[in-house]
Design a binder for this molecule. Structure first.
Ligand SMILES: Cc1cc2nc3c(=O)[nH]c(=O)nc-3n(C[C@H](O)[C@H](O)[C@H](O)COP(=O)(O)OP(=O)(O)OC[C@H]3O[C@@H](n4cnc5c(N)ncnc54)[C@H](O)[C@@H]3O)c2cc1C
Length: 393
C-alpha cells in the first residue's frame, strides 16, 4: 500500500495495543495510519500467553480488566471476528502468609463487579480434579476468565480499524519522530516521511529506541520471558488457568492436549535484553525441568506428561510493572503507550479506548488514565496495588 503524505494520527506498532488504539481512534472518526515494521503481532503480542483474568490489586486495573473481559466475551459484536476467547476459569493460589491479602483483593474486585470468590485448599478438588492443595491455604476463583489468541485478536483489531477507514501499513518502520519546537509534526519511515498532528508510540520493547530520537528517556527495559509446553498424559482430563504463587508459575491449557507454563516470579526482570531484535528465543533446558517439577508438584498426574519444548519472548517492563499511557510532557501530540510489563494483552480493549480518549479529549482530573502518567516515577508516585504478591499487579 502507498505511503500517505499525512495522517491525523500515526500509531507506531502493530501489536495488540497498537491495533486496539488504531481501532478506537478510527471509531472516533480520526484519520489514522498504523505503521508496523514487520507484520501484525510480529512482536511479543504474537507470543503472549493471552490469559484474561480479573485479579488485580487496585481499582483502576481491576475495572480495566472487567471492561476488557466484556469485550473479549462479545468480541465479534464489539470489534468483529474471532479472537479465540475460551472461558476456562482462573485460580490464584496462595500460601498462608498471603491469605489476608487475597481476601482484601477479592473484596476490592467484588466491589468493582468482578465475579470472583475465595475457595479453601480442601475445596479445590471439586473444581479442579487433578490439582494438589500441597502448600496452599486458599485460592481466588474467577469462573468467567479464560484466554484468547493474541495474533487473531490483533488481526481482528487491525481489520476492524481498516473497515472504519484506517490505513494499516506493514513492512513500514518508523525511523524517527519529527518535531518543530514543542510539537510533533510527523515521522520519518524507511519508505519516506509522513506528516502527522499526533504520534502514538505503541512499539513495545522498541519504544525507548524511538523515544530516544526526540531525546526522551523512557524508563522501560526489555526482559526475556520463557514459556514451556507439556503434553498431558492419556489419563489427564484437563485443567483451568492457574496463577500458582506457591510454585511461582502460571499455567493454562493449550490446544493439542497441552499445558502452557510461564513464571510469575519477579526475577523475570533480571533476564534483561538490550537489543530487542537479537535475543535467545528458545527455552533453557533447566527451565523446562524446573517448570516440570513445579507442575508435577501441583498436578501430580502430570508426572507422566512429556515436554513439548517452548519459546521465549520479551516483556517491556516499567519500574512499577504498569504501562506508561500519557502524552509526553513538553511535546504536544506525542503519546506513549508502552511498558505493558507482561500483563497488557488482556487490558488492550480498555487501553485502546483510553488512548483514543486521551488523544481526542485530553486528560481530565479523575480519569483512570492519570494512574499511568509519564511523570509518576520522577514524582515518586509509582502505581501501587493494595496488596501485591509477586508480579501480578
Ligand atoms: C511470553 C509472554 C506471555 C505473556 N502473557 C500474557 C498474558 O497471559 N496475559 C496478558 O494480559 N499479557 C501477557 N503478556 C503481555 C502482553 O502480551 C503484552 O503486554 C502485549 O502483547 C504488548 O503489546 P503491545 O502492542 O504493547 O506491544 P508489542 O506486542 O511489543 O508490539 C509492538 C510492535 O511494534 C513494532 N515496532 C517496533 N518498533 C517499530 C518501529 N520503529 N516502526 C514500526 N513498528 C515498530 C514491533 O514489530 C511490534 O509488532 C505476555 C507477554 C509475553 C512476552
Amino acid at each position: 500500500m502507498d505511503l500517505p503524505r499525512s495522517a491525523e494520527v500515526v500509531v507506531v506498532g502493530g501489536g495488540i495495543n497498537g491495533t486496539s488504539i488504531a481501532f478506537h481512534l478510527a471509531r472516533r472518526g480520526l484519520r489514522v495510519t498504523l505503521m508496523e515494521k514487520d507484520f501484525i503481532a510480529a512482536g511479543p503480542s504474537g507470543r503472549s500467553s493471552g490469559i484474561i483474568r480479573q485479579h488485580y490489586s487496585n481499582e483502576v486495573t481491576a475495572r480495566m480488566a472487567l471492561h476488557s473481559l466484556r469485550v473479549w466475551q462479545h468480541f465479534d459484536q464489539v470489534v468483529g471476528g474471532d479472537a479465540g476467547f475460551k472461558q476456562t476459569g482462573f485460580l490464584v493460589c496462595v500460601r498462608e502468609e498471603h491469605l489476608e491479602g487475597l481476601k482484601a483483593n477479592i473484596a476490592l474486585q467484588q466491589s468493582q463487579g468482578i465475579n470472583t470468590h475465595l475457595v479453601w485448599a480442601d475445596e479445590l478438588k471439586g473444581l479442579e480434579p487433578h490439582i494438589s492443595g500441597a502448600g496452599l491455604v486458599a485460592a481466588a476463583y474467577e469462573p468467567e476468565s479464560g484466554y484468547a489468541d493474541p495474533a487473531s485478536a490483533a488481526t481482528c483489531f487491525a481489520n476492524a480499524a481498516k473497515r472504519l477507514g484506517a490505513t494499516i501499513l506493514v513492512g513500514t518502520k518508523v525511523v524517527s519522530i519529527q518535531t518543530a519546537g514543542e510539537k510533533v509534526t510527523g515521522v520519518v519511515t524507511n519508505r519516506g516521511p509522513v506528516a502527522a498532528g499526533s504520534v502514538v508510540v505503541a512499539a513495545g520493547p522498541w519504544s525507548p529506541l524511538l523515544a530516544r530520537t526526540v531525546g526522551i528517556d523512557l524508563p522501560i527495559t526489555a526482559s526475556r520471558h520463557q514459556v514451556c509446553l507439556y503434553r498431558w498424559p492419556a489419563s489427564f482430563r484437563g485443567h483451568m488457568i492457574n496463577a500458582d504463587f506457591v510454585g511461582g508459575i502460571y499455567l493454562r491449557p493449550e490446544a493439542g492436549r497441552q499445558m502452557l507454563v510461564g513464571s510469575v516470579e519477579p526475577e523475570e526482570a533480571e533476564a534483561r535484553v538490550d537489543d530487542p531484535d537479537h535475543f535467545n528465543q528458545t527455552v533453557d533446558f533447566d527451565t523446562v525441568t524446573r517448570f516440570a517439577e513445579r507442575v508435577a508438584h501441583r498436578y501430580p498426574d502430570m508426572q507422566q506428561g512429556t515436554s513439548a519444548g517452548g519459546y521465549a519472548a520479551l516483556y517491556d517492563i516499567a519500574p512499577d510493572w504498569h504501562p506508561i499511557i500519557d502524552e509526553v510532557p513538553g511535546l504536544a501530540g506525542l503519546y506513549v503507550c508502552a511498558g505493558g510489563s507482561g500483563h497488557c494483552f488482556k487490558l488492550s480493549p480498555a487501553i485502546g479506548e483510553m488512548v483514543a480518549q486521551l488523544v481526542v479529549e485530553g486528560k481530565k482530573p479523575g480519569d483512570d488514565v492519570n494512574l499511568f502518567s509519564f511523570d509518576r516515577f520522577a514524582q515518586g508516585q509509582p502505581v501501587r496495588g493494595k496488596y501485591e504478591y509477586s508480579i501480578l499487579g
